[in-house]
Design a protein around this ligand. Structure first.
Ligand SMILES: *Cc1c(COP(=O)(O)O)cnc(C)c1O
Length: 422
């Protein structure tokens, strides 16, 4: 399709967009009395309007039923989280039994490391990407030290090539082969938070498995954004937060995937709590742990219902629309944004450099050569919410649920003004 940098053309695309009606399902912050152009769904997704009812229902059940809500609420609390397993399975490519919803992302990564990072004298190394998200780095380093090992000798980082802004699959695979039978674990971000690159999870998972390592994925930026087939790829485990593309609200419950091959085992190393033991016998309060046959065996505590309810509300929207339709719109709207950026670049004779490779999801990371923070401040003041990374990268993530083609066009105009008035 040939794009045009005009409001008329953008409006035409909106009119043809089957998902445009979902805009009405979300609340928008206001700047100068207007809905903002929201590019930070990769950081915190907008609030779905239907979320309030899900939360209100829990408040009502608690008010009217108190402890009885555990069993007699409309959606009883004791198995509330199970309602997400099937829908989330569809989003990440897994069966319901491989999914659980609990805690928060970094906590879950730590818990999964207990099961899937089991270093011995021979096999102890961990492979990750250079400059991984800080929380993941801290998590890995502290796990390594916890096992009495030295992070410098244990964590192997795959680097980008000199002068390049992305990782090459062959470099990751070669590194996996090089570390070979010393490799205990591959743990990478499926979509990189900084450059927006989607890694070839299928190829990398299979490379890791072929040298005998466990393979896990941090899907914080991938879930609800790109196609995932965790089960078919053969990943051992994965974890994600739900507040980015999945719109569950700040700090709300995280999801995990544990491959079927690791389920229903009593001898797997795992930190355990009463919500991981079989429901049928849980309230007999017996001393022996009897693991649930699903990924719920990793549950420790009774779930924070007020944190899970918004996730369920938002998942309903994903169920309604489906990942295929979201990805289809994503490809087109991101391509349109890329086109707009290049047009504006020509008009203002600036030099934008899109550092996101073609393997991408919603996010474009753009190096604005010669521009500074003042431009970011201008955008924010004019109703464009983006995210600025020093020294001069903006990350722009149109989200198929709630971003419009007109947003892309209008953003281009505001960006142009911001650069010209400098
Ligand atoms: C957003 C993000 C996190 C956040 O972790 P929390 O435990 O939810 O605060 C961790 N890792 C990556 C890669 C992320 O993108």
């Amino acid at each position: 399709m040939t794009f045009q940098n005009s409001l008329e053309f953008a409006k035409q695309l909106d009119a043809e967009d089957k998902l445009s009606k979902y805009r009405q399902e979300f609340h928008y912050p206001q700047v100068n009395g207007k809905d903002v152009i929201y590019f930070t769904g990769n950081s915190l997704g907008l609030q779905p309007k239907r979320t309030k009812k899900f939360v209100d229902d829990v408040m009502k059940d608690w008010r009217e039923l108190a402890v009885e809500g555990h069993f007699y609420a409309d959606k009883p609390w004791w198995d509330y989280h199970e309602r997400l397993a099937t829908g989330l399975g569809r989003v990440v490519g897994a069966s319901a039994m491989e999914i659980s919803v609990m805690n928060t992302l970094t906590v879950n990564l730590h818990l999964l490391m207990v099961s899937f990072y089991r270093p011995n004298n021979k096999r102890f190394k961990i492979l990750c990407e250079e400059k991984a998200f800080p929380s993941d780095q801290y998590m890995l380093q502290s796990q390594v030290r916890f096992h009495g090992l030295d992070p410098n000798e244990t964590i192997v980082e795959v680097k980008k090539r000199e002068g390049e802004h992305y990782w090459r699959t062959e470099d990751i695979v070669d590194k996996i082969k090089e570390v070979g039978d010393e490799l205990a674990l591959v743990l990478l971000g499926g979509v990189n938070y900084y450059n927006g690159q989607v890694l070839d999870m299928k190829t990398i998972t299979s490379a890791g498995k072929s040298v005998g390592a466990f393979v896990g994925w941090d899907l914080a930026h991938a879930v609800g954004n790109v196609e995932l087939k965790l089960h078919d790829w053969g990943a051992d485990f994965a974890a994600w937060c739900s507040y980015k593309y999945m719109n569950s609200g700040p700090g709300n419950a995280s999801g995990i995937f544990v491959n079927e091959r690791h389920l229903n085992k009593k001898d797997i190393p795992r930190f355990e709590g009463w919500w991981g033991t079989k429901k049928e016998t849980r309230f007999l309060m017996q001393p022996e742990f009897d693991p649930i046959e699903t990924a719920d065996a990793w549950q420790l505590s009774n779930p924070p219902i007020l944190s899970v309810a918004p996730y369920l509300a938002s998942l309903e929207l994903f169920d309604e629309v489906g990942m295929n339709a979201l990805i289809e719109k994503q490809r087109k709207i991101v391509a349109y944004l890329e086109f707009i950026l290049k047009e504006i670049d020509k008009e203002v004779e600036s030099s934008f450099e899109i550092i996101t490779p073609s393997e991408r999801g919603c996010q474009l990371s753009v190096l604005l050569h010669g521009e500074g923070r003042a431009l970011f401040d201008y955008l924010m003041k004019n109703g464009v919410i983006t995210d600025w990374r020093e020294p001069n990268v903006i990350r722009l993530a149109p989200v198929p649920f709630y971003s419009s083609y007109s947003d892309m066009y209008n953003f281009g105009q505001i960006l142009k003004q911001g650069i010209l008035q400098r």
